[in-house]
Design a binder for this molecule. Structure first.
Ligand code: ZN
Length: 84
């Protein structure tokens, strides 16, 4: 997936999330340097569906998941999304 594709998707996601009232970290409810976290590393993402399957995370939670192993990242983000 190209960076340009992600930039376009991110713009739409930001609007969608605000409309849904998701404006804080979905893991800790913090609001420090929020960004979207994927279940997969971006280089492994090949579909629009996976590109837009994200949780809103603060930088601390995002880094924690990024360094916690692929399986944990996948499972935690899936769990966050299912719990909405
Ligand atoms: Zn957080």
């Amino acid at each position: 997936m190209k960076l340009k594709d992600w930039n376009n998707a991110r713009r739409k996601l930001k609007v969608d999330f605000e409309r849904q009232g998701i404006t804080r970290c979905e893991k800790c409810n913090g609001n420090f340097a929020l960004s979207f976290g994927h279940r997969l590393k971006r280089r492994y993402i090949t579909t629009t569906e996976e590109l837009t399957t994200v949780a809103l995370l603060c930088q601390i939670c995002h880094e924690d998941l990024e360094h916690g192993g692929h399986d944990r990242m996948y499972d935690e983000i899936t769990r966050i999304i299912e719990a909405r």
